[in-house]
Design a protein around this ligand. Structure first.
Ligand SMILES: Cc1ncc(COP(=O)(O)O)c(C=O)c1O
Length: 400
């Protein structure tokens, strides 16, 4: 069904190009409305959404639980500042801790800010244990932790770093999934090691169980903290609430963001008590982080995503998507990898070609690096939508 619209597509595109700083290259349509896993543009075209706002809209578009939480909290209190107690933040922190290894949560506004917070907490923790020279971070090849200065320094992408050098010093890179390389990088100056259990932006690479377990051992032996960045792979995306639950390795900190706020901006750093003990009033803060409205919505999101049946469905649909993608048998697809509903197709060409062709076939897709096509759909995607997606993708690949 085509929605009614008053939006003048060309006017909006012209306004955007005239007045918005051009940090993104956008396709020539305007997304106006969403419903479940479908997005509609202002000319009435429908698209299956395989991007979900880059792994954000886990419950799809227009979810009644999210809308209900927005309405009920917004009518009571939207924002009150971190100077005061508010119920939604305290309850969300409690829920996140009950559902994870963590003893305490710190709230901010984005994934990059969660990275910044985790790095600051790691330095404060090292100082508190009497090791003020322990200031370095170890990160991995292909990692992505955000675009702010400290996060960018730990993000292994020349294109993102080059325009902004000099970067924050003190970040060492080791090879992802290579314990020997990690062993050489982690030393007596390392305060923390940060790793994505499933790398997202870097091309959908799953960390092996041995690698994560080995990092835990190295961190313990060398006196450093282990941070899992679950901004993209956490909160149900892989079919477990936390991606690290697949291997059973427990970190000292975990960063979260993307899906937590149901489309509203929130980030979080979950920490153990020993990290929390190093942080005191005034050490770190933010105006909006953990705001009443978003925390109320995040509770609703977390309640839904953490239901065992919901997580089982994600695993099953993820396995189904993988199976259907393998059946395409396209010579352009060199490898299909991922976990749950976080899937990457390594191609023999620029993934952007497929992304562009997808628009014409009613698919919203995104790349992860140059040659990897990424699928991170809403976790509520149906098998039927998966079937239609694979049919359309098969047609696109055949036409190329
Ligand atoms: C693993 C990971 N960490 C951190 C970030 C940064 O999050 P944000 O864009 O909310 O700053 C991202 C964003 O893609 C991410 O995928």
């Amino acid at each position: 069904m085509q929605p009614e619209t008053n939006v003048d597509t060309q006017e909006i595109i012209a306004l955007e190009q005239k007045y918005v700083v051009q940090t993104y290259k956008r396709p020539p349509f305007v997304i106006e409305r969403g419903d479940g896993c479908t997005l509609y543009d202002s000319d009435g075209h429908a698209y299956i959404d395989l991007v979900a706002g880059i792994a954000v809209n886990a419950l799809g578009h227009g979810d009644r639980g999210v809308l209900g939480a927005i309405m009920s909290q917004a009518s009571k209190l939207i924002h009150v500042s971190n100077l005061y107690h508010s119920e939604p933040q305290a309850r969300l922190a409690g829920r996140l801790c009950q559902l994870s290894f963590a003893d305490k949560a710190y709230f901010c506004n984005s994934g990059a800010e969660a990275t910044e917070g985790a790095f600051k907490f790691a330095r404060a923790w090292a100082k508190a244990k009497g090791e003020p020279d322990r200031v370095e971070i170890v990160a991995f090849t292909n990692a992505f932790h955000g675009r702010t200065f400290a996060a960018l320094a730990a993000t292994d992408r020349e294109k993102y770093q080059a325009p902004f050098r000099p970067l924050l010093p003190g970040v060492r890179f080791a090879k992802f999934n290579d314990l020997d390389s990690a062993e050489q990088a982690i030393g007596d100056k390392t305060c923390a090691v940060i790793v994505e259990p499933v790398q997202g932006e870097g091309g959908i690479h799953v960390a092996s169980d041995e690698f994560l377990a080995g990092l835990r051992r190295l961190c313990d032996r060398r006196g450093a903290l282990l941070i899992f960045d679950e901004v993209q792979c956490g909160l149900g995306r892989t079919g477990a609430l936390w991606a690290h639950q697949h291997c059973g390795v427990i970190p000292d900190m975990m960063t979260l963001a993307k899906p937590l706020g149901g489309g509203l901006p929130i980030g979080a750093v979950l920490v153990t008590q020993s990290v929390a003990d190093a942080i005191h009033p005034g050490d770190h803060g933010t105006t909006f982080g953990g705001n009443a409205l978003i925390c109320a919505v995040a509770q609703a999101v977390l309640d839904r995503i953490s239901e065992p049946e919901f997580l089982t469905a994600v695993s099953e649909k993820g396995a189904y998507l993988m199976e259907r993608l393998h059946e395409m048998n396209s010579p352009h697809v060199l490898e299909i990898r991922g976990r749950g509903l976080m899937v990457g197709l390594e191609l023999d060409m620029e993934a952007n070609k497929i992304v562009q062709a997808g628009y014409g076939k009613g698919l919203i897709l995104v790349n992860a690096g140059d040659k990897v096509l990424r699928m991170v759909p809403p976790l509520i995607i149906s098998r039927q939508e998966i079937d239609i997606t694979v049919e359309r993708l098969t047609a696109i690949l055949a036409e190329l």
